[in-house]
Design a protein around this ligand. Structure first.
Ligand SMILES: CC(C)(COP(=O)(O)OP(=O)(O)OC[C@H]1O[C@@H](n2cnc3c(N)ncnc32)[C@H](O)[C@@H]1OP(=O)(O)O)[C@@H](O)C(=O)NCCC(=O)NCCS
Length: 285
C-alpha cells in the first residue's frame, strides 16, 4: 500500500521528458527518439509514481503483443529514494505488466548490477551480462550492405523475429525510421543474413540491434554503420556470451564502459546469443 497522497498512473508526455532527463543524469545516454517509439508502440508502457500531482518516479513496462514484456527506465527522484517507494513502484510495474501479458509470457530486464539481488527477490533470474562497449566510430562502407530503406519489411521482420522473443513488427518499423538513424542489412539469396541500426543518442550514437549470422557479416554491417558516423562516440550493448561480438568490438577499438544483468521472470526459449551482436536497447529489450 502506498502512503497517503502517493498514486500510480500512466505517465504523461511531460513526465516522460522528466524521466528522460533523469536517465541522462544516470549516464544511460538514451536514444533521442527511444521513448517516442516505445510510447507510440505501447501507450500503456510508461508508469508514473506521483506525490500529490508531482512526478517523483517512473519506469517502463513494454508489452510485445502480450507475448513478452520488458521492464526498463526504473528511476526515483533522488529526494524520494531510500524510503521503500521504489520497491513499491517496481512491484506495481511488475504485477501490472504480468496482468497485461498472456499466461506463461516471460518478462526481461537489463538491471544495474548492484540492484540484481533486489530483482532476484522479485522473482527474476540472472541469464547473462549485457556489456556496453564504447569508442569513437571509425569504419568503411562495405559493398555487400543494403540500406534498410531499400529492404522489404516482410523479410526484415522475419529475420528480426528469429532474434527476439516475440514479434515486434510495428516497433521495428518505427525504430528504423527514427530521425537521424542509419540502418544496413546483408542479403543472401533474397533473405536477410544480418542487419544493424545506429541511432542518435543524447551523446553520439548507439548501435542496436545488430543481429548477424556470422562475425564476418556483423563486421561488414558495423563497419558500414560506423562509416556514417565517423568520429562520433558510439556504444554497443553485447551479450557477454557472444565472444565473437566482444572480439569485434575490440577490433573496432571499443572498450567496456558499463554493463547490466539480463534477468528474466518466467520461462524463456533459448536465445540465439551467438547471432546477437548488440541488443536493441537496455530499456526495451
Ligand atoms: C533504484 C531506485 C529506483 C530505487 O528506488 P528507492 O526508492 O531508493 O528504492 P527503495 O528504498 O524502495 O529500495 C528498493 C530496493 O532497492 C535496493 N537498493 C536501492 N538502492 C540500491 C543500491 N544503490 N544498491 C543496492 N541496492 C539498492 C534497496 O536495498 C531495496 O531492496 P529491499 O527492498 O529488498 O531492501 C533508485 O535508487 C534510483 O532511482 N536509482 C538510480 C537509477 C537506477 O539505478 N535504477 C535502477 C536501474 S536497473
Amino acid at each position: 500500500m502506498l502512503p497517503k497522497n502517493f498514486t500510480f498512473g500512466l505517465m504523461q508526455n511531460n513526465e516522460a521528458e522528466i524521466l528522460n532527463e533523469w536517465a541522462i543524469k544516470e549516464g544511460w545516454n538514451p536514444g533521442l527518439s527511444d521513448q517516442q517509439v516505445a510510447m507510440h508502440y505501447d501507450p500503456g508502457a510508461f508508469i508514473a509514481l506521483r506525490h500529490h500531482d508531482e512526478f517523483i518516479g517512473g519506469g517502463s513496462i513494454i508489452s510485445y503483443d502480450g507475448l513478452y514484456g520488458f521492464m526498463g527506465l526504473f528511476i526515483m527522484r533522488s529526494d524520494f529514494r531510500g524510503q521503500g517507494l521504489g520497491a513499491q513502484l517496481w512491484q506495481y510495474r511488475r504485477d501490472r505488466l504480468l496482468s497485461r501479458l498472456q499466461a506463461n509470457a516471460a518478462i526481461g530486464m537489463d538491471g544495474v548490477f548492484n540492484m540484481a539481488p533486489f530483482y532476484a527477490r522479485g522473482g527474476f533470474v540472472l541469464a547473462h551480462r549485457d556489456l556496453r562497449y564504447a569508442g569513437i566510430a571509425k569504419g568503411n562502407k562495405a559493398t555487400e550492405v543494403t540500406p534498410l530503406n531499400d529492404i522489404d519489411h516482410t523479410i526484415l521482420i522475419a529475420y528480426d523475429n528469429k532474434h527476439f522473443p516475440a514479434p515486434r513488427t510495428e516497433f521495428i518499423k518505427s525504430w528504423i525510421k527514427q530521425t537521424g538513424v542509419f540502418g544496413y542489412a546483408v542479403l543472401k539469396n533474397a533473405e536477410i543474413v544480418g542487419y544493424g541500426v545506429a541511432r542518435p543518442c543524447h551523446q553520439g550514437y548507439k548501435v542496436g540491434p545488430l543481429f548477424a549470422d556470422t562475425m564476418d557479416i556483423a563486421d561488414k554491417i558495423l563497419s558500414s554503420l560506423l562509416s556514417e558516423i565517423n568520429g562520433e562516440l558510439v556504444q554497443i550493448d553485447i551479450p557477454e556470451l557472444n565472444t565473437a561480438a566482444l572480439k569485434l568490438a575490440i577490433k573496432f577499438g571499443f572498450e567496456e564502459s558499463f554493463g547490466c544483468a539480463r534477468m528474466y521472470l518466467g520461462a524463456m526459449q533459448p536465445e540465439p546469443l551467438n547471432t546477437i551482436y548488440s541488443v536493441t536497447s537496455y530499456e526495451f529489450g
